[in-house]
Design a protein around this ligand. Sequence first.
Ligand code: NAD
Length: 476
Amino acid sequence: MHKNFIANQWVSALAGQTVPVIDPSNGLLYAEIARSGEADIDVAVRAARAAFEGAWGRMAPAERSRLLLRVSRALQDNHEELARIESKDTGKPMRQARSDAAAVARYFEFYAGAVDKLHGSTIPYPRDYTVLTLREPHGVTGHIVPWNYPLQIFGRSVGAALAAGNACVVKPAEDACLSLLKVAEIAMEAGLPAGALNICTGLGIEAGAALSAHPGIDHISFTGSPQTGQQVALAAAGHFAPVTLELGGKSPQILFSDADIEAALPVLLNAIIQNAGQTCSAGSRLLVQRAIYADVIGRLSELFRGTRTGPAGDDPDCGPLINAKQQARVKRFLSEAEESGVSLVAQGMLDPNAPQGGFYQTPVLLGDVPPAHRLAQEEIFGPVLAAIPFETEADALRIANGTPFGLVAGIWTQDGARQLRMARAVRSGQVFINNYGAGGGVELPFGGTGQSGYGREKGFEALYGFTTVKTIAIKH
Ligand code: NAD
């Protein structure tokens, strides 16, 4: 039984209840986590407040920096174990889990280095004044983490919040939280003071809702679905807490006829099968200029057919989806494709040894999807790519911007002027030209617009979000 982590202690949920943990590769129960409620969240928020007002809050920036660097090194030392836990818990292939374990250590390294470089400013004003600004932490920050990338999303949000001097209360997803409990243990052993980091596991509608509504929370960072994000923002508004929302997308990859197709193809495939398509920034719409459409779809089909889906432990191209609900959701979208005559152009292979109870979905390429169809409008969150032909640059832009989302866009063209025209016109928080994802990019600000959310995480920008500015005007 995995317990909550509050003030550097392992404690059961006060009501004594638990939530089962299922292995997505075989559908079998293999652990239990604490089922926290309002009372547990309250204890965690109080512990965080005490840390913020105590040893953690008073720590000098250089010391906080060294401490977070120690946490980063300890995370690196435990890299393989973190990856193993993450892979089993989420169903992601070991390769991906290793990259996530490396990323969480890198986030702590990056933000450790930034702690004592987060300056305020002085402001020119009449001579008999001196005006300056201080960047101050919010206080106690809440972090609601989804199941798709627990380590990475924890790293980018909690790493930055701690670096800015906040004390954190984390509610991981009920479907995947074990790696974060391990991170807490590692951070405690590396010397993080009691209460700086607290983790309460449990259900979204119980522990997550209690965290969003708790008046002791000064800022909330949420990653997940637009519907839940909206509920979190409404609850936080009840006590005027600012919110950062990262809500996913329907990100377009736009391939013009002058693109380096050879270089693009493996990137296009990876952008939709990585983490079985359960990635907020998945390249889930492929816009291809008509002149090369047939060629690109033909070559991409071969790549799709060559993918192998299987249990996480076998390190396949594509692991299982997270749970039965997510599997049913993806299957519903695929049935709709069939009913509305959208053609399934290619599909990957399922490993014949994949356990029956696992939540598998092989990668699917859909052709000629009408841009207004649900399959081209909604986040499926599975390895399903909607290919859409277009004629002109103006068409490409209209289709790319024609969803409620705006998280990431990929533009593939050799024409420099078009690269910049498109990059500036596309509605998106990040734009990649002749690449996609830039290998993760801990340093690169990330976030969306519209239904993809608001606020920025990653990079230095995140530190601004986890601080508030105080202006001091001195008359002399
Ligand atoms: P969700 O948004 O409901 O869950 C995300 C996190 O929010 C989890 O930690 C959950 O426990 C918590 N939560 C749930 N209800 C809550 C509430 N009322 N108050 C506070 N916290 C709450 O997502 P889901 O149900 O796991 O997945 C549904 C869909 O969301 C997916 O199919 C996918 O489209 C999308 N999703 C997107 C991302 C992303 O990275 N953008 C991540 C996960 C899911």
